[in-house]
Design a protein around this ligand. Structure first.
Ligand SMILES: *[C@@H]1O[C@H](CO)[C@@H](O)[C@H](O)[C@H]1NC(C)=O
Length: 395
């Protein structure tokens, strides 16, 4: 054989092997057909699956006690909404982009980082307590991720042209997706809570920031669209005025508490923010041709959980499971969950609030069901028509 014949023989052999593998994958996955091959998430501790603790290592028990049986970098006793979403879509849990050991990005990546804000923090983490990985950085990381996947894919093709062996699954490299994943993925954004809480002390100042926060989110969505994203789920902000942590920490008059024990004025600002976000997305939707831009009203379902926990199979609303001090809230800002002196309840499955700020596995599961059954999407987006959804109760 001439060199040319030898290399074209290898090309054909390779194409054949790839086709057989694709066929096997198609047959094997016929039970879980899904238009979406990946999930890319941006956010804060509400959706951080270990990014912050990869950058700033720590093992904060008893986080993870219910589902993972050890701390895994999530601020909950178990799974977060993004975890249930992955399970529902038949995808693996998302690896944090910052996790350098044992990550698998074949079905997306998680850019979320605890204590992250939408707007860049003014002071370093040691002063502000806010993560340096704000939304702008998370977006640059995503662009870099996409560029590298593209580069490696091209490099492999060149190397292969010289007759070397290509990885058998035909992606860009081990644990990386193929470059066409970006148009076939769901992009979730769940961020803004820390922009709020870092300015909660002054409601008028906070109100002035709302348009800036939302326009930054809007710009991020438009940039992700330019990067090839076509399906966006944008989560609104939860009723922070009901979170035990804020009920204890933020000064309020007793007349400012509603019949469910939530701070009225703070919940009103959240409502203003959510309304503004929804309006902005309505406008942006017009300009994103061929895309689905969905406003996800997580607020409505979380509010229901705080107001009527028992109607959803839970027991306690504004009382913290993992905290210190007992009483109505069981929350002490100086001895928070993770502190040696704090302790967790025995029955987190009965609580909405895990640590005063974040939700329990049980509450996240109820919110996720509402997302997967399409009841809190605006406009309607029948996920089940795009994807053979897995019932999350089985996990
Ligand atoms: C969707 O799920 C939520 C949360 O479990 C539930 O409250 C709601 O009734 C469900 N809606 C539909 C239409 O199934």
């Amino acid at each position: 054989m001439s060199t040319f014949e030898a290399s074209s023989y290898i090309v054909w052999k390779f194409i054949l092997v790839c086709m057989v593998i694709i066929l096997i994958l198609l047959v094997g996955s016929s039970y879980s057909l899904c238009e979406f091959e990946g999930l890319f998430n941006f956010g804060d501790s509400n959706s951080d699956t270990g990014g912050f603790y990869s950058a700033f290592p720590a093992q904060v028990a008893p986080n993870g006690m219910t589902y993972f049986n050890k701390p895994v970098g999530r601020s909950s006793d178990g799974r977060l909404i993004v975890d249930f979403l992955a399970q529902g879509l038949g995808l693996p849990f998302l690896s944090p982009y910052l996790k350098s050991i044992g990550s698998d990005f074949r079905h997306g990546a998680n850019f979320a980082n605890s204590a992250s804000t939408v707007l860049p923090p003014t002071y370093s983490i040691s002063v502000s307590g806010l993560s340096p990985f704000h939304l702008g950085i998370q977006l640059s990381q995503m662009k870099q991720f996409k560029a590298k996947v593209g580069d490696l894919f091209t490099q492999q093709k060149i190397r292969f042209g010289r007759g070397r062996r290509l990885s058998y699954e035909c992606p860009s490299g081990p644990n990386l997706p193929s470059p066409d994943i970006f148009g076939k993925s769901i992009y979730t954004l769940y961020i803004g809570q820390n922009d709020f809480t870092s300015k909660l002390a002054s409601l008028p100042i906070l109100k002035d920031y709302i348009p800036q926060i939302i326009s930054q989110i809007d710009a991020t969505i438009k940039e992700l669209y330019l990067q090839g994203g076509r399906t966006f789920l944008i989560f609104n902000l939860g009723p922070m005025g009901c979170y035990p942590g804020f009920l204890v920490e933020i000064h309020h008059e007793s007349s400012d508490i509603d019949e469910f024990g939530c701070v009225i004025s703070h919940n009103n600002v959240v409502n203003d923010y959510n309304k503004h976000l929804k309006e902005t997305l309505t406008q942006t939707r017009e300009s994103l041709k061929g895309a689905s831009l969905i406003y996800v009203d997580t607020h409505s379902i979380i509010l229901k959980l705080f107001q009527h926990p028992t109607s959803h199979g839970l027991k306690y609303g504004t009382k913290t499971c993992c905290g210190h001090g007992g009483g109505d809230y069981n929350f002490n800002p100086k001895i928070m969950c993770g502190n040696m002196a704090a302790s967790a309840c025995d029955d987190p499955q009965n609580y909405v609030s895990w640590d005063g700020i974040h939700l329990t596995d049980a509450a996240n599961k109820i919110v996720s069901k509402a997302i997967l059954n399409g009841s809190i999407f605006d406009p309607a987006f029948p996920l089940h028509k795009h994807c053979d959804l897995h019932p999350i109760d089985q996990f």
